[in-house]
Design a protein around this ligand. Sequence first.
Ligand code: G
Ligand code: G
Ligand code: MN
Length: 403
Amino acid sequence: MLPIQTLHLKAGDVLYSQGDLAKDVYVIAEGRMAMYRDDAGQRRIYEVREQGGVLGALSILTGHPRQVGACAVTDVTVFKISPDQVLHDYNQIDPLLRECIETSITFNQRLLQTKQPDVDDPEVTHNRGENAQLIYQKYSFEVDLLKSIATKDFSMVYQPIVTLKTADVVGFEALMRWAHPIRGFVPPDIFITVAEQMGLIGTLTDFALSQSCQTLQALQGRTGSKQRYFASVNISGHDVSRKGFADRLAFILDEYDIAPEQIKLEVTETAIIPNTQAVLDNLAAFQALGCGLSIDDFGTGYSNLAHLKTLPLTTLKIDRSFAGDAHKNHVSGSIVSMLVTLGAALNVDIIAEGVETDDDARTLSDLGCNLAQGYYFHRPATQYDLIHLLAPDTGPTDHIDVA
Ligand code: G
Ligand code: G
Ligand code: MN
């Protein structure tokens, strides 16, 4: 956000006049402002606005000159907000809501002009079509997402996590894939955000957990008690504040007979920042169950260390922007060292993400990091391929119900 300027006006001062080109939006911090029009030598006051009132937004949104002027009734202080800031925020909102606002603005302007509508006048016939396109795109995406949940177009892949020294696999991160028959592969960053907005993330998270537990169970059936892998499952901030999520998790673990220690819930720092009761309850419940809690992309967010200390953490995942850079950039190397030290102090595991080369792996290991994942070791694999990788001599896997 840009710095906000403060302006002081004396009673009677004009902030802007009718016909001026719009430069800024104002919010009244103190005092009263009148919105007026001078028509045929007559001043007509339309409205008086008080503390908290917004002035001048309309012309910023429409791009038209000011329809009315604004003058101070008392001594006034206003905050001045740049149009860039307003338009940036405005363009972020739901296109349907934006269309509603623009329709009401046009309607109100017409009332103000008391112009008789002419059905053939393109100025009057308000339909620019841009928002219609956006609205259509947004809703067709949402409809496709809903349909794909029903038609099971979602699946999971699993990227092995290894010890850096020996490259032995100790667990894997579960990553969701959406293969839509027409859209093709849609990146998870995109569909996860939309699913969150639609309130469907819980369904997808349950799916990720069930599939990951089923994969652990299938592996266990093949490797017996020789090796216990863990699954790191990405969950969203919405899950962390969802009531009943911990019960659902316990139910899924029970269904597949998976020990809670074998599941790490992977969250970003921002997901666990809100100190609401629902978040605290869920975090306590994860800990009571015995599941791990892993912070994803560590080092790129807030990294509020005082807060971190109070969380039931078991793992920090070093963001791939550091891991992939540590061998050639001493700042990234120092950050990795610092995170390794922090991990030891907090008594949590450190996993380096995005290890792509031999050099990356060696540097991270030299810096004291024990665990890693990345294309250098393994790419994300289907359940079938993962089982072949980890339990190659245990017979065919064809009958496994791959998602
Ligand atoms: O491989 P990849 O492009 O899948 O992952 C991109 C991002 O999407 C990552 O930040 C990852 O955390 C997120 N992501 C992948 N799978 C899931 C999932 O099952 N649930 C959630 N909430 N996020 C996921
Ligand atoms: O944010 P999160 O850590 O959940 O994201 C994991 C993402 O990183 C997935 O998109 C996964 O496919 C990707 N990924 C895994 N290994 C590597 C790697 O070595 N290099 C790069 N660039 N991406 C990787
Ligand atoms: Mn992740």
